[in-house]
Unconditional design. Structure first.
Length: 420
C-alpha cells in the first residue's frame, strides 16, 4: 500500500474513488450500448428474435471471455495501469464504430477485445489499496459496486433516450463519449492508485502441501464459477429477453404519458444505489455481533432471492395471459432481483480477489469473468426459447436456474469456510 492510499475520501482510500469513477463511466458506455442492442437488432437490422438473443448472448460472453487473456497479459507484461489505458482506448473506438451499420460485428469484436484488457485490471487494484488487516477492505467491493451502478443508472436515461427517440447511432455515440470520460478520470487520478506489483515470473516448484492447497483453492473457485455460470443464465435475461417483454407485454402508460421502454433498465442500478447502504449497515451490525454470513452462503441466499423475483414474473405473466401487465409489477420484480444481486455478485468478485494467489490478482479476477462469459453464453442459448414457449413458462425456467445456483453455492459454503 502506498502513501497515497493513506489519504481518504468518504472514509476510503482516494484510489477507490478514482477506480469506481473510471468504471462508472465504462459501465455507462457498456450499459448504454447494451440497453439499445436488442432493440437495434430487432427494429433497425431486422434480426429475428432468436438470432438477436443469440448474438446478444455471444457478444456479452465474448466480452467476459477476453479478460482471461487480458488478465494474463496485464500480470505478465503490460501491468494493470497500461492495460486499463490501452483496453479503454480500444473500447472507445468500438463504441464509435457502432454508428456504422456495415461495421456492426467488427464494432462488437473491438469492444470485446478492449474489455479483455480493461475489465480484470481495474477491480484487481482495489485489494492493493488496503492493508491485510484493514476492516474497510471487506466492504470496499460493495462501495465500488454502487459507483458502477451510477453509470448503469445514467446509461438507459441518456443513451437509451437518444437512441430510442432521436436515432440509435446517437445513443451509441454517447456510449463512446462515456468511455472517453472514464479514461480521462483514470489518467488524472493515477497518483492515488496503488503501485504496480512485480511482473509474474516463472516460479520454483511448490512444496507438496502448498501445491495441494493451491489446487484446493482453484477447485473451490471452479465450483463457485460453475454456480455463477448457472446464475448468470437467468440473471442476464434482464438485458436480453426482458426488454422484449417490456416492449410488448408491459403497460408503460403513467399519468397519460408513455414511459420510454429503455428507461426501465435504469431501475436495477438505481435500486443498487438505494439498497447498498442499508445492506452494508445490516451486514456491519451482524459482523460486530459475531454473526457475519460467510461469502458462499451469502451468495446462495442471493441466488434464491433472484429465483423469487422470476417466480413473481411467472405468476404475473400466467394471470395476465395475452394482456399487458402494469409496470408496477416490473418495479417489484427489479426490487427483489436487485436485492438478490447485491448478495451474490459483489460478494463473488470479492471472494475471488481474496483467494487470489500472490501476484496473480488480475488473472484470478479474470477467472470470475470467465464464469460471466459462460453464463452469458448460456443466457443467449436460453434466450432463444423466448419465442418458443409461453412467457410464464420461460420465467419459471429462469427461476429454476437460480435455484440450482443457490443449491450449488450452499454446498460449497463449508469447504470455503475451512480454507485458512
Amino acid at each position: 500500500m502506498n502513501a497515497a492510499a493513506d489519504k481518504t475520501w468518504f472514509g476510503q482510500p482516494r484510489g477507490l474513488t478514482i477506480l469506481f469513477l473510471t468504471q462508472m463511466w465504462e459501465l455507462f458506455s457498456y450499459y448504454g450500448m447494451r440497453t439499445l442492442l436488442v432493440y437495434y437488432m430487432t427494429k433497425q437490422l431486422l434480426f429475428a428474435q432468436e438470432k438477436a438473443s443469440f448474438v446478444y448472448g455471444t457478444y456479452t460472453a465474448m466480452a467476459y471471455l477476453m479478460p482471461i487473456l487480458g488478465g494474463t497479459i496485464a500480470d505478465r507484461w503490460l501491468g494493470k495501469r497500461n492495460a486499463v489505458v490501452i483496453g479503454g482506448s480500444i473500447m472507445a473506438v468500438g463504441h464509435f464504430l457502432m454508428a456504422f451499420e456495415p461495421l456492426f460485428y467488427a464494432a462488437l469484436a473491438t469492444i470485446a477485445l478492449g474489455n479483455g484488457l480493461f475489465l480484470p485490471s481495474l477491480p484487481s487494484q482495489i485489494n492493493d489499496l488496503y492493508a491485510a488487516d484493514d476492516p474497510r477492505r471487506g466492504r470496499a467491493y460493495n462501495v465500488y459496486y454502487v459507483g458502477l451502478n451510477v453509470g448503469g443508472f445514467l446509461a438507459p436515461l441518456v443513451c437509451g433516450t437518444l437512441g430510442e427517440l432521436y436515432g440509435w447511432h446517437y445513443g451509441f455515440g454517447a456510449a463512446g463519449i462515456g468511455m472517453g470520460l472514464g479514461l480521462a478520470i483514470y489518467l488524472a487520478g493515477r497518483r492515488y492508485l496503488p503501485p504496480e506489483p512485480a511482473r509474474v515470473r516463472p516460479v520454483a516448484v511448490l512444496a507438496p502441501d502448498a501445491a495441494d492447497e493451491r489446487r484446493r483453492v482453484w477447485g473451490l473457485l471452479l465450483g463457485v464459477g460453475i454456480a455463477a455460470t448457472v446464475f448468470r443464465g437467468a440473471y442476464e435475461q434482464i438485458g436480453n429477453t426482458l426488454p422484449l417483454w417490456i416492449d410488448t407485454g408491459v403497460d408503460r402508460v403513467w399519468a397519460g404519458i408513455t414511459i420510454p421502454m429503455t428507461w426501465f433498465q435504469s431501475l436495477n442500478p438505481l435500486l443498487v444505489i438505494a439498497m447498498t447502504p442499508l445492506l452494508l449497515m445490516v451486514w456491519r451490525r451482524r459482523a460486530e455481533a459475531g454473526h457475519e454470513t460467510p461469502p458462499a452462503l451469502r451468495m446462495a441466499i442471493g441466488a434464491a432471492i433472484v429465483a423469487v423475483a422470476y417466480l413473481v414474473l411467472a405468476a404475473v405473466a400466467a394471470v395476465a395471459g395475452d394482456a399487458r401487465v402494469g409496470w408496477v409489477w416490473l418495479l417489484a420484480f427489479f426490487a427483489i432481483l436487485t436485492l438478490g444481486e447485491l448478495y451474490i455478485l459483489p460478494t463473488g468478485l470479492g471472494l475471488f480477489a481474496r483467494l487470489a494467489p500472490p501476484r496473480l490478482g488480475a488473472t484470478t479476477v479474470a477467472s470470475w469473468f470467465l464464469a460471466i462469459f459462460a453464463g452469458s453464453l448460456l443466457a443467449g442459448v436460453v434466450g432463444t426459447l423466448w419465442s418458443r414457449i409461453g412467457h410464464a413458462a420461460f420465467f419459471l425456467l429462469l427461476a429454476a436456474l437460480a435455484v440450482v445456483a443457490a443449491l450449488l453455492l450452499w454446498r460449497l459454503d463449508r469447504p470455503i469456510r475451512q480454507l485458512p
